[in-house]
Each structure stands twice: as structure tokens, then as C-alpha cells.
Design a protein around this ligand. Sequence first.
Ligand SMILES: Cc1ncc(COP(=O)(O)O)c(C=O)c1O
Length: 392
Amino acid sequence: MSSERGRDPIIYLDNGATSFPKPPPVIEAVSRWFTEYGGSPGRSGHRMAIAAARLHFEARESMSTLLGAPSSRRIVFTLNATEALNLAITGVITRGDHVVTSSMEHNSVMRPLRHLAHQGVINLTVVPCSSAGDLDPQDLVSALTPATRLVVMTHASNVTGTLMPVPFVANACRERGILFLVDAAQTAGALPLDVISLGVDLLAFTGHKSLFGPMGTGGLWVREGVEVQPLVRGGTGSNSEDEEHPSFFPDRLEAGTPNAVGLAGLKAGVEYVLSAGVQRIRETEEAHTARLLEGLREIPGLRLHGGGSALGMVPVVSFTLDGLAPSEVGFLLDEGYGILCRVGLHCSPAAHRTLGTFPSGTVRFSPGWFTTSLEIDRALEAVRDIARRRRG
Ligand SMILES: Cc1ncc(COP(=O)(O)O)c(C=O)c1O
């Protein structure tokens, strides 16, 4: 969808960072929260607090429907995927555990793991992926040992869009009694997801990308029977007579006043996704990815990084142009053509080391549900133009 921001029309291709625009029901829900809700959910007993608590509960229910979770009690809301991943990682490991991850991870996985490894709490194995960003699942299985407690892996790379072999790894983990945490920041809302058939134990999501919620929303789904220690303890509005933190979900992993207004927006975003249909969203975004890949492949001097086939990716496409730094390309696209994308390392230095694009990174186009085919064509024309001018 072309938008006017200020004077200039723009083409927004940065949905991998955060989705834009947000659907009207999300904007209305956030605004309505301030006028019609406004109480603290689960705290006071007056009508505004009760209305806010109901909305909070409904957000959990919608999220649970989207993920195919058997019970909404096991959905825990956090500020973002980063907090959910930190909660899950620190909440399940104990000193001496072995943890396995891939070399395509975002820093929201890599940094907490590196920190715990440097502190001597865990032994970490990072399984190398190919220079196209693919993980051979057998390599990951070979890294598992009797001491492995946890495998953490992204569902789809935020650099190449590559879908990782989650069902295969889930199976290998289940057979060995190893916990499997999946980072679904790039897939929740973009791909049909069912936590039970995926076979994962913990799944972290963010609210502000393909779920169309506001920033400051996200969460963690925890399989029934999986024990997770809280990251923070405090007021929950429940068991207020008790100085010990509650042991039951979701209160156990949610302390402090929640981002109720953000969750009102997230609920509207998730309901929007459910009514549009995740499969329909997927097909539209797959078509955008295929169109982009086809067009980019024909541009002389352009290198795609990853980007095998649209079927095996989310709509995140990375490329470089010979002789031009990604930051220069990003600047030219923004200034000259109103095309907004992300350049550089995308908070994923390990992925760029894997792809051979460290330290300057790549240009990343991430179309979304509101992108049109015409916008994809205009973006391709702009890249063609920049590449042509570069060649002189
Ligand atoms: C693969 C991946 N994981 C985690 C995150 C972190 O998400 P958030 O910024 O919502 O914490 C992102 C965001 O870019 C991501 O792309």
C-alpha cells in the first residue's frame, strides 16, 4: 500500500522490522482503550478494571486460537519477542546444561546464550548453516548430547527469510527429552502455525510484525508440563495475601501492570489476521516474494543472499549490489524513490558471518500483506536504475 507520510509518497518494504500500516481496527482498538477501558486489568474490582481484564483475557484467547494452543493459560504476554526468548532461555536452563542453536540466529537468541556461556552457566554449541543460510538438520542432531537441555532456533531467518527445519528438529528433541524453543518473530501471523503439530515446547512471538499489534507486545507459549522460572516476580493481582510469587500460569510469568493498551491493539491485530486468513496472507506474501526474487535475479551485478524459492521462505529478501555499500543503496532508495527498507546487519551478526556478508550486511526488502504488486515492480525498477547508474 503506497502511503503519504508528510509530502512524499513512500513504498514500505520494512515489514521484517515492524509492520506498516496497521489495519484500521488496530488503531481504533488502541484509541478506544483510552476512552472506554482505561482501568488496570486484574487489579481493582470496579467496572473499568473488569472491562480491561476481560479485554486482556480475550487477547490471550485470540492468540491461543492463532497458535493452535490447547489452553490460553499457557500464553504469557511479554514486551516483545526478545523478552519472551530471555524468559524462556533463563527459565528452563540450570548450571551445566548444554544448549544448541544455529548460526542464523537473531541477537535476541544469540546474546542471552553467549552471556550465559561466558558466565559459565551453559555450554553452547552453535551449529553452522550453509552460506545460503540453510541448516542441515542432521548437523543439528549430531550436536545433541546427553547433557543437552535446550535447542533454540529461529523459525525463519530475519536476514534471508529461510524457513528452518522446525518439525524435523522438534522430532529429534522429543525423542531425546530435550526442550525445543522456537523464535517465531518472523512467522507468527505470516505462516499457518499450530504449536502442537509443530511439536515445539516453547514458542516466542512478537506482536508488532505480522500480528499487526503495537510495539511493546509479544509473548511466549509454554507447553503444558514444561517448567519455566519467572524472569521477574511481583504483583499479579492474584493471591495478594501471599508474599510468595504464584506458581500457576499465566500469572507465574507475568508480573507488574501489563501493557493493556498494547494488548488491546494486539487482540485487534490477531483478530484481523484470523479474519483475513493466515493461509491467504501467506499466499499473497509468497507471491510478492516470488516476484521480487524473479526480478532481482535478472539485475546484473546483484547478488541474492539466501532466497532459494518463495515456498521455503517468509517475505524477507536480502541482496547486495556489486560496488555499492548496502547503506548507500538504502540511502538512494529512500532519497530517490521513497522506498523504505532495512540495510546492514539486522541485529544478526552471526547470520551475516554465515552468509559472508559481515560486516557491511545486506539490503533487505520485506514486503507484507499491504504491499501491492505494483509496489514490488517499482522497487525492482528502482534497484535496476541504481545498478545501471552504478555501472555507468
Ligand atoms: C528472528 C527475530 N527474532 C527476534 C526478534 C526480536 O523481536 P522484538 O524486537 O520484537 O523483540 C526479531 C526482530 O527483528 C527477529 O526478526
